[in-house]
Design a protein around this ligand. Sequence first.
Ligand SMILES: *Cc1c(COP(=O)(O)O)cnc(C)c1O
Length: 363
Amino acid sequence: MNLRPLDFRSDTLTQPTAAMKEAILAAPLGDDVFSEDPTIQALQQRVADLLGKEAALFVPSGTMSNQIAIRAATSPGDEVLCEAECHIHYYEQGAPAQLSGVAMRPIQGERGVLQPEQLIGMIRPSDDHFAQTRLICLENTHNRGGGRIQPLDSVAGICEWAHEHGLLTHLDGARLMNAVVATGVAADQWSRHFDSVSICFSKGLGAPVGSALAGSREFIRRCRRHRKVLGGGMRQGGIIAAAALYAIEHHVERLAEDHQNAKRLARAISGFKGVALSLDDVQTNMIVFEISPSLGPALELVAALRERGVKMLAIGPQQVRAVTHLDVGRDEVDAAVEIIGETLAELTAAPAQGRKALSVGEE
Ligand SMILES: *Cc1c(COP(=O)(O)O)cnc(C)c1O
């Protein structure tokens, strides 16, 4: 059997397919700082249509997309509500403080999912002592929540509450299309609740670079200015937008395969001794499992797996994350399961001595 690399660290690791590269070669290009790149314009129109918004903006990364949205929605001294482990708060270097001068107010969800009731009382009074609550950000699917879907009724409830209280709403939809495919609820039915929506092309959709931010024409006009000053004005960027456009046309439905493969991997791993993993938590293309301290720290398991050719990520002291994507299929899942089983059996038989707590880094 000719297996591809058993790399489950992230869905960002995919290589562009041959057909995607052909689309890149065929793309008409222009200078997008002059708004003259036809491929970027086509992509922006496609994303605006997909998300049911007036306009969209192509940006180099999901981080830039989120941070531009926050900057356009707030003023220095404002406060932004978010889930405590959302990417914007957890993985973006405190950028809302660095770039927009705003404070984040994190609220702990259940595997990334917030309930509308948790927000009651979270808006600061209009009083000289307080920051002014201005924006709420949700994330769907939730990265640190292990690919969890924030259900549509709670999205609607939270955004309705926010708008009633004069807040703006932003969706970090880096993996929104995974939620779309998993639920059958169209992208615009999710995005209609938000003033701005960010999606990533470089995650499960398999493009090499890029994200897009969608919203009202006026909002996106201001975002375009922020993009430029942050260094995100691109010239013949159609060369990467072509891949994103190709990904939207050809790689959305296939996300269902990633979800099936994640479930297959989860079912097998949950059967191993010393592993805690609830199948109900596996809703899209990610699995997060907890290993018993008797097996050692997650970093040690990840290192042992890597030596045997399986790559996964430690995302907490005892937590391991695996992500399925375009470049790993059912055969790679089955091969990985076998190696994980052997590795866990070895760790159970010969627990290492004097293990020290290791720090954990992650994207
Ligand atoms: C990956 C990711 C981002 C950021 O994307 P980059 O392109 O890596 O900057 C934002 N939000 C979520 C939920 C992500 O998973």
